[in-house]
Design a protein. Sequence first.
Length: 281
Amino acid sequence: MTLDSLILAVIYLICAYALFWLGKLVFDLLHREFHVREELLDNDNVALALALVGYYFGLVLTIGGVLNGPSHGLLEDVVDIILYGPLGIILLNISTVVSDKLILFQFDNKKEIIQDHNAGTGITEAGVYTATGLVLFGSLSGETGTIWTALAFWGLGQLGLILTGLVYEWITPYSIHTEIERDNVAVGVSFAGALIGMGNILRFAASDEFFSWQSNLMEFGTYALVGLVFLPLIRLATDKILLPGTSISAKLVEQDHPHIGVACIEMFSYIGASFLITWCV
């Protein structure tokens, strides 16, 4: 590494940290009804910690999408960072509204996290943030895209996550809303894995070079459909291959002891399969 490239790397790292600070500031401003520091240090609110870690990870992925790709010169790169960085932060925070109103829509997410310390809701919100960060990574990293393509593929990505929630509700013999509202962390972990897995597939679909609206939208829709079709198959394969002789659904909703360990295995199956799908399709 030459001295010039090292200086450039430091400049980009400073820009990345500036965007991260801005993203944290936006989160704090949008959630002024509670104090993050007080909730974490005084109230030991694990639910908020999980949601916040998901937000921070989604923020890092969003920043990565802004920084990813070949350099076009320091000045042009900094202009892109100033333009696309705040845009990505705004879109990431809008995903909270999507989560509250269209994914976990049968109860108040903020109440569950802040008042009830519901870790199942917290990990699900973390899944939404992470999945959205993955979508934004793909939407913002294309070399030939514009603000309009970034907005379009982010919006389509949110639609994909909403559909994932509906399909997941359909393929499970229990209600994810009922289970998560009763503080079932295991169901939240499993559901978060499904959202992140779909987010990773949509990241891959959105990151391709932009040729035309018709071809890119067709490709994006195809990948989204593949993800939705494979969700039930992945769940079945987890039962049969990773945990043979075990009903995952029964373990996740046991009244006295929902199995978080089993949920972690299922989360891995969704995320791991999403990488295999993007490598093979």
